[in-house]
Design a protein around this ligand. Structure first.
Ligand SMILES: Nc1nc2c(ncn2[C@@H]2O[C@H](COP(=O)(O)OP(=O)(O)OP(=O)(O)O)[C@@H](O)[C@H]2O)c(=O)[nH]1
Ligand SMILES: [Mg+2]
Length: 421
């Protein structure tokens, strides 16, 4: 079995910070990256030390703790500047990873599809670019140390190497961007085709690990095609990194496409958000968002704020949203209950999913109307149209034609106005 890396998590308690929550979430992120938290260490400061983030006394404490716990890596709860990271490593001899670097690693390990892999790679390169100077010159220093009489030429060579590395990274970035663009235009084509078919789309959004994929799977079991694949659900942060789209068909013939996508976390690295734009575009294109919230998490309000901020950042501002407060079974409240656009439910319960379905349908099919038409026998194609596209509630054969009562889209209703009874 692969040895699990032991790490220490460390954070600064700055005025006004909610460090305990931050550290708990950091610990979950560390676990999500297949590492083990062996200890945590905190320091109270008015502001971070500009050179080493922590104060110098604390650095010694961190080094000692790491030795005692046999840990080589320290994960810090915030994003550090490139020079802070390299100073910390120099002063302690330990490996430091900041929160951004950690999230990038998780995403890199989880990405399966070509698109997700490219997106993570892009975010990593963008993150590395400003950090290149320190790490590559360090490597050159080490080379010089082992290479007796390296002399003054090394410095010049080092600069050139750095420039070369930067150029290589920029080239890679350009290449990946091009490839991603090709992929996104092709998925855009697919999306357009769906749009043309007029099927309304619903996107599940929300904080990571709230139960989006479980909700999707439950709905697909009830209303999806029997050969539709289940999506991956697991109790860990960032189980889902790709967008999955499934079609649901309800007994009344109404259909929707439902998408499940990557979850959010507070301070999601900016580069990642940029890189995942096209994956997240599914939400921007949706007719309705269902924000899945983990009601059993004491911090669910903060998580909702983060979700809404992240949606704004990716430009999703004017899609209507309903709220699905999940894991009600763990929260110890009565469920399922519906209050306006707010559902309290459990994604593991059929009755709950039925209520979610009716909430979604109520929002999406608001402009459906019920009407009764009388269609002359000579116009059988209109009867076929209604049977194929409307929720037919009653059919009667009269002397003058077929009398059909049906629930249908406003625009179809207008088209068929001539046949109104
Ligand atoms: N008790 C309980 N657990 C639930 C419920 N819904 C989901 N879970 C569990 O919560 C965990 C996370 O569920 P997922 O569906 O993978 O969550 P997600 O929102 O897709 O998470 P990411 O893809 O990581 O963003 C899994 O272990 C689920 O079994 C629920 O209603 N009650
Ligand atoms: Mg998921």
């Amino acid at each position: 079995m692969e040895e699990i890396e032991k790490v220490i998590i460390a954070g600064l308690e700055l005025p006004g910070s909610n460090l305990e929550y931050q550290m708990d979430e950091l610990a979950s992120l560390v676990i999500a990256n297949n590492m083990e938290v062996v200890d945590r260490i905190l320091q109270k400061l008015d502001r971070p030390n500009s050179a080493t983030y922590f104060g110098s006394g604390k650095l010694e404490e961190i080094t000692n703790l790491a030795t005692a716990q046999k840990a080589d890596t320290v994960v810090v709860s915030e994003e550090l500047s490139p020079s802070q990271l390299s100073n910390l490593e120099k002063e302690t001899g330990l490996h430091f990873l900041d929160r951004t670097g950690l999230i990038l690693e998780i995403f890199a390990n989880r990405a399966h599809s070509r698109e997700a892999k490219l997106q993570v790679e892009l975010a990593k390169l963008e993150y590395q670019l400003p950090r290149l100077r320190t790490s590559s010159s360090q490597r050159l220093d080490q080379q010089t140390a082992g290479n007796a009489g390296g002399g003054y030429t090394n410095r010049g060579a080092g600069e050139t190497k750095l420039e070369l590395n930067r150029r290589t990274i920029r080239n890679k970035i350009a290449h990946i961007n091009k490839e991603l663009k090709e992929i996104s235009t092709s998925s855009e084509v697919q999306r357009k085709q769906r749009d043309k078919k007029d099927i309304p789309s619903v996107a599940l959004v929300g904080y990571t690990n709230t139960g989006k994929s479980t909700t999707m799977n439950g709905l697909v079991r009830m209303f999806g095609r029997s050969d539709e694949k289940q999506v991956f659900e697991k109790n860990m942060l960032f189980a889902t990194l790709d967008t999955s789209v499934r079609k649901l068909s309800f007994p009344d013939r109404k259909e929707i496409v439902l998408s499940d996508t990557v979850g959010f976390v507070s301070h999601l690295p900016h580069h990642l958000i940029q890189a995942f734009r096209s994956t997240l575009a599914e939400a921007a294109q949706a007719d309705l968002l269902v924000q899945v919230v983990d009601l059993s998490d004491p911090h669910y309000r903060e998580m909702m704020t983060t979700t809404e901020e992240t949606l704004r950042e990716i430009g999703v501002t004017d899609v209507p949203m309903v709220y699905a407060f999940n894991k009600a079974d763990l929260a110890g409240v009565t469920y399922p209950t519906l209050d306006g656009t707010q559902l309290t439910y459990s994604a593991r319960q059929v009755q709950s999913l039925e209520m979610l379905t009716s909430l979604i349908k109520k929002q999406l099919f608001k402009n459906y109307v019920e009407a009764t038409f009388l269609i002359p026998f000579s116009e059988g194609q209109v009867v076929d149209f209604l049977n194929g596209n409307a929720n037919v509630k009653n059919t009667e054969y009269t002397e003058n034609g077929t009398k059909i009562t049906a629930e249908l889209k406003q625009q179809d209703y207008q088209r068929l106005e001539n046949y109104l009874l």
